[in-house]
Design a protein around this ligand. Structure first.
Ligand SMILES: Nc1nc2c(ncn2[C@@H]2O[C@H](COP(=O)(O)OP(=O)(O)O)[C@@H](O)[C@H]2O)c(=O)[nH]1
Ligand SMILES: [Mg+2]
Length: 201
């Protein structure tokens, strides 16, 4: 079993010169405001207040860094979770062309240590234009040493028939719920194997 045994908030970078040195394997979380990013980071790390979750979208903080330690078979593996608030929003909104949004795009494109992009999509609204744009963007910039994982959030809100419909359209989709824990262990495993390259399964 793989667990995240340590998780520490390191800092929120407001400007690009505040970002951490890229010295560990990183997981970049991308998704529109309110999709459940902070809640998922808390669920994955099993730390309730680690990432601040709220129903009001926070747009001031730019990039949040959390250092984590996985444990598998008595061995420790260091990694970092990078929360990118409002990334998708920044990309598609014409009215938001501030410099930091260009910087954010540049960060995502040029950050050497990102090994995995986790794109969060609300399972109740899987076909939003903003998510299509984000998806095509990350596929466009994704390097050979990087992977992309799509997680459908808030699975607890779906009825059985909604789940069947989603699975028909996205046969291998991973659904998670930070509320009831569904899919969380699978997501941890998937993130771990993407970062550290063991054979999955
Ligand atoms: N039912 C349900 N609600 C969730 C889940 N994850 C997050 N939420 C709620 O959705 C809202 C936004 O969550 P948050 O994690 O702050 O989203 P963020 O803006 O993407 O960081 C909050 O009111 C959460 O309580 C989930 O798995 N199930
Ligand atoms: Mg958040």
């Amino acid at each position: 079993m793989i667990i995240i045994k340590e998780a520490t908030f390191i800092k929120s970078a407001q400007t690009m010169d505040q970002v951490l040195a890229d010295d560990r394997s990183e997981v970049a979380f991308i998704g529109r405001s309110n999709v459940g990013k902070s809640s998922l980071i808390n669920a994955l790390t099993n730390r309730k207040g680690l990432a601040k979750s709220s129903s009001t979208p926070g747009k001031t903080r730019l990039i949040n860094f959390f250092d984590i330690k996985f444990k598998k078979d008595e061995e420790d593996f260091n990694a970092r979770l990078v929360d990118l608030p409002g990334f998708g929003y920044a990309r598609v909104s014409k009215s938001m062309k501030h410099e930091w949004q260009r910087n954010l795009t540049q960060f995502i494109k040029e950050r050497a240590s990102i090994r995995l992009f986790v794109h969060l999509v609300d399972s109740r609204h899987p076909d939003l234009e903003i998510d299509k744009e984000v998806s095509s963007y990350i596929h466009e910039i994704c390097r050979p040493d990087q992977k992309i994982l799509v997680l459908f959030t808030k699975a607890d809100k779906l009825k059985q028939k909604d789940i069947s419909v989603l699975k028909k359209i996205y046969p291998n989709c991973m659904m998670v719920s930070s509320s009831n824990g569904k899919g969380i262990q699978k997501a941890i495993d998937s993130i771990f194997y993407s970062l550290f390259g063991f054979n999955d399964g």
